[in-house]
Design a protein around this ligand. Structure first.
Ligand SMILES: [Fe+2]
Ligand SMILES: [Fe+2]
Length: 364
């Protein structure tokens, strides 16, 4: 899988193309097409997650291009953003073209374009989930919805909806108990909200590991909801550090580490966090040899949930796809983790490796 999500930008104005490219290139793989005919060909042959089209594009113009895509099902479903001149705003706002698209008025602003492309990619990815088997579709749609609501509440300083978050994880427990997880990890990977992708992957791997060590029912619900909530504090870390398209500098990493304290404060405002979820979230960066953070807990101070949290969080971070690095190969990630014998519980790591081997013998 390519590292960056491919986006098509269609326009005949080279200056505008360069501007779109420079805004998006760090986060997306931008393919420029200077006319609509070439774009239509490519769009039918390759997968793109969003289309940006300049209304002045040659030969047809942006709106007729969008009309044309209505008749091509594979293109019709891709989210579209039309770039228009200020004088076209009224026409675009007041007409019903029978086409689903968003628009931006020139001169385009960086944050607006990034925001529209990101939410376009997400709505396309979320729409593609509709084709999945019911239980998997429920896992994704319910968790992505509650995750969005939770971040909104958190940013407003309110108490997070703990019971609803737990409920959103029950389809995941069902999927794990009925061996229906295959396909889930692949389906979430293209989503553009990295904290969500990482949190759900941690929730999935934690419940799979729990299942592998014989945990059931409520224990699996603790693991899955603990996974989904384990990095909530990242919502309060400055965006430029959280979304930095490169590895963090030492000082930035220190700020990133405060996400655990933020999570603690967020949990403090809710009065119904269970102890298991709290341990997963507040201790997933602790290490058995005391070298972890925030408390430097050691050995027997770390129970099975903390140990599982730490293994799964490291594995997920290594194998997550980030804008600055592709997903690491699972065997390579496990090899690196095997070297961390002072910090990680090797018995649990071996169990984790065993079930991953079984899972990957049925490739997604
Ligand atoms: Fe974390
Ligand atoms: Fe994490």
């Amino acid at each position: 899988m390519a590292n960056l999500t491919p986006i098509a930008a269609i326009g005949s104005n080279l200056e505008l193309n360069a501007q779109v490219q420079s805004i998006l290139a760090t986060f997306f793989e931008v393919r420029i097409f200077t006319d609509t005919d070439r774009a239509i060909d490519a769009l039918q042959q390759e997968a793109f997650y969003a289309i940006i089209v300049d209304n002045n594009v040659k030969p047809t113009g942006g709106l007729p291009f969008l009309e044309r895509t209505k008749k091509i099902p594979s293109i019709e479903s891709i989210p579209k953003i039309l770039l228009i001149e200020p004088h076209s705003k009224k026409l675009v706002e007041e007409s019903d073209f029978g086409i689903d698209f968003e628009y931006l008025v020139n001169p385009i602003k960086r944050d607006q374009l990034l925001g529209k492309v990101s939410s376009g990619v997400n709505s396309g990815v979320e729409k593609s989930w509709e084709k999945l088997p019911t239980v998997q579709r429920k896992v994704l749609t319910e968790t992505v919805g509650i995750f969005r609501d939770t971040f909104k509440v958190m940013n407003e300083g309110g108490a997070i909806p703990v019971k609803e978050i737990e409920q959103s994880c029950s389809p995941l427990v069902e999927a794990v108990e009925n061996d229906q997880v295959l396909g889930l990890l692949g389906a979430v990977q293209q989503h553009d909200d990295y904290t969500y992708v990482h949190s759900l992957r941690v929730a999935i791997y934690l419940s799979l590991l729990g299942h592998a060590v014989g945990m059931k029912g409520d224990e699996l619900l603790t693991l899955s909801s603990g996974g989904l909530m384990h990095d909530l504090g990242k919502g309060l870390v400055p965006q430029d550090i959280l979304n930095k398209p490169a590895r963090l500098e030492e000082a930035e990493f220190e700020i990133m580490k405060t996400h655990v304290d933020h999570t603690k404060a967020i949990f403090g405002k809710a009065n119904d966090i269970t102890i298991g979820v709290e341990i997963i979230a507040l201790q997933h960066h602790e290490k058995l040899d005391g070298s972890g953070y925030p408390l430097g807990l050691k050995g027997s101070e770390l129970n099975i949930l903390a140990r599982m949290g730490s293994i799964v969080d490291i594995y997920s971070a290594l194998t997550d796809r980030r804008v600055y690095k592709p997903a690491m190969d699972p065997d390579k990630a496990l090899g690196i983790m095997s070297e961390m014998s002072d910090g990680l519980d090797m018995g649990l790591l071996n169990t984790f490796k065993e079930f991953l081997k079984d899972a990957t013998s049925n490739p997604e």
